[in-house]
Unconditional design. Structure first.
Length: 141
C-alpha cells in the first residue's frame, strides 16, 4: 500500500490546506482525500508533502446519524465558512486489530470548507462525543 501513496496522483485543485496542521502533526498542512472503494465507507486523508502521513477517515453521519457537533464561530471563521452547506465533516478512525473493533474520534472531527479547500481538526467541548466511538454495532449492542 505504501507504493500507492508514494505514487499518488492528484491535481492542485484536490489539495486541502490545513493552516494549523493536525494536532500532533502541525508541520504537515497539505492533504488530499483518497477514496477507498474496496473499503467503503472509509477514505484516506493523505498528506502530500512526502511525509507518508495518512489518516483513515469516515463520514460520521453514517454511523451516528444525529451527530451535530457545535462548532464555534472562531472555528467557522478560521475556515472561511459562511454557508454551512459548504461544510464537510469526517472523523479520524482508529482501525482495530479486528476491523469490527474500529472506532472514530467524534470529539475531534475533521471539518472542511469544500469550496475554499481549507480544513482543520476541531476540538468539540461536548462530553456526549468521545474519542473512541465504535463504528460497527456488535451483537447485543
Amino acid at each position: 500500500m505504501s507504493d500507492f501513496f508514494e505514487n499518488l496522483v492528484f491535481s492542485p485543485e484536490d489539495v486541502i490546506t490545513f493552516p494549523g496542521g493536525i494536532p500532533g502533526f502541525e508541520e504537515h498542512t497539505r492533504f488530499v482525500i483518497v477514496p477507498m472503494p474496496e473499503c467503503e465507507p472509509f477514505s484516506w486523508l493523505a498528506c502530500v508533502d512526502g511525509a507518508g502521513l495518512r489518516f483513515a477517515i469516515i463520514n460520521p453521519l453514517i454511523f451516528v446519524p444525529d451527530y451535530t457537533p457545535q462548532l464555534s464561530k472562531e472555528q467557522l471563521w478560521e475556515l472561511e465558512i459562511s454557508n454551512l452547506n459548504d461544510l464537510v465533516l469526517y472523523a479520524i478512525v482508529t482501525i482495530g486489530k479486528n476491523p469490527i473493533d474500529s472506532t472514530a474520534n467524534l470529539a475531534g472531527p475533521i471539518i472542511i470548507n469544500k469550496p475554499a479547500k481549507l480544513g482543520k481538526q476541531a476540538l468539540i467541548d461536548d462530553d456526549s462525543y468521545g474519542t473512541q466511538v465504535p463504528i460497527f454495532k456488535k451483537d447485543g449492542d
